[in-house]
Ligand binder design. Structure first.
Ligand code: F6P
Length: 328
């Protein structure tokens, strides 16, 4: 018979994402609803090692649903990569009478959680929080929808100046090793070209496409480049190469950077976070562990953590075809 859950710890780990605060709020309030204690763990696994804990109740999470970032903060912990560090963290949880953990983060955070579970048989549930949307077992990770709109609005602004100066802009966006942000925002912002890690169509094809755009009367262009793209060694060298080979284009580069991780979460992300928080807590109460909460076809799902970590996400071929047609 699984030990009854009387107290749940919640932490955020890895790159922050809009919607994390909404997820924390949901975990805390679902615990309150089930009359279970909830303990906020600050600064991810490092805070767990140091016992940086605070009891949270339904009122502790007032007025945070609309805020980007994570009030529990996040950190990367080298110490948690050691067995000694994980033992310290385990002892802290026991000292605080915490029975289970909700980990809000990406695949790196889930890996840490899974190793922790294997060593201490400590119940854990993951909520996918990253703007990259690169986690198997869910159609949406928390923060992805907000980041798409943040990036698209930034590209719209860049297009204003590009068209005012007849310039070609290379806009680098985040996404780590996948191209979901680049592909969707490129289509949404009407980019002439989108370069993603999942496709490497080569420099010649890029030049041909830009020459065709020019011939068809386009006086300015936007090329959205996912940071993981391998067409060029980096976006600056890519821009330099194109400028050398297309002398009638004046080229500029804009790297959007960490602003893509900020901002007020969208309604979609707030609702998704609230749904996932309830599911995570109630899954632990049911005595289950080592799952990631996901959403597929608008239904909440549970994916074994090892599958979520190892599973490959696949870029949507239909979306790729749409992007090709739109750039005619
Ligand atoms: O995983 C989210 C993310 O923003 C990636 O898109 C990006 O490559 C990475 O984090 C940046 O990490 P850091 O915040 O450590 O610079």
């Amino acid at each position: 018979m699984a030990k009854s859950i009387r107290s749940i710890g919640v932490l955020t780990s890895g790159g922050d994402a809009p919607g994390m605060n909404a997820a924390i709020r949901s975990v805390v309030r679902t615990c309150a609803y089930h009359q279970i204690d909830c303990v906020g763990i600050f600064r991810g696994f490092q805070g767990m090692i140091e016992g940086d804990f605070k009891f949270l109740n339904a009122r502790s999470v007032n007025n945070i649903i609309q805020k980007g970032g994570t009030f529990l903060q996040s950190a990367r912990s080298q110490e948690f990569r050691t067995k000694e560090g994980r033992k310290k963290a385990f002892d802290q949880l026991i000292n605080y009478d915490i029975d289970a953990l909700v980990i809000i983060g990406g695949d790196g955070s889930f890996t840490g959680g899974m190793v922790f579970h294997e060593e201490f048989k400590f119940p854990i549930i993951g909520i996918p929080g990253t703007i990259d949307n690169d986690i198997y077992g869910t159609s949406f990770t928390l923060g992805y929808d907000t980041a798409l709109n943040t990036v698209m609005e930034a590209i719209d602004k860049i297009r204003d100046t590009a068209s005012s100066h007849n310039r070609l802009f290379f806009v680098e966006v985040m996404g780590r090793d996948v191209g979901y942000i680049a592909l969707n925002t490129g289509i949404g912002a009407g980019a002439e070209e989108i370069l993603i890690p999942e496709e490497n169509l080569g420099l010649d094809r890029l030049l041909e496409s830009l020459k065709r755009s020019k011939k068809s009367g386009k006086t300015s262009s936007i090329v959205v480049v996912a940071e993981g793209d391998k067409t060029g060694s980096n976006v600056f060298e890519l821009a330099e190469y194109v400028e050398e080979n297309l002398p009638d284009y004046e080229v500029r580069v804009s790297v959007l950077g960490h602003m893509q991780r900020g901002g007020r979460p969208s309604c979609f992300d707030r609702v998704l976070a609230s749904r996932m928080g309830v599911k995570a807590v109630e899954t632990l109460i049911e005595g289950k562990t080592n799952f990631m909460v996901g959403i597929q076809n608008d239904a909440l799902t549970l994916t074994p953590l090892d599958k979520a970590i190892k599973g490959e996400t696949i870029i949507d071929q239909e979306l790729l075809r749409v992007s090709d047609i739109m750039s005619i």
